[in-house]
Write a new protein. Sequence first.
Length: 86
Amino acid sequence: MESLHKELKELIIEALNLEDLTVEDIDTQAPLFGDGLGLDSIDALELGLAIKKNYSVVIDADDSKTREHFASVANLANFVSQNKAK
C-alpha cells in the first residue's frame, strides 16, 4: 500500500501543479482539504479526473462517501485499491 500512497502523492503534485511540494511534504494521514494540504473543489475535480485516467477508477461526485474518499491520501489509496480494474 505504501507504493500506492507514493504514486497518489506524485499524482497529486503533478495533476495539481504543486511544484513547490515533494512526496515527503504530503502526510499520508493528513487532510487533503482545508487545514491539511489546502485543496479546494476545483482541485478535487482535477484529481478525480487524474485518478480516472491513471487507475480507471471513477469517483462519483454525487456519492455520499466521496468526501470520505478524498479525506486523505490513505483514504484515497484504500478507495483506489478496492475499485481499480484488475
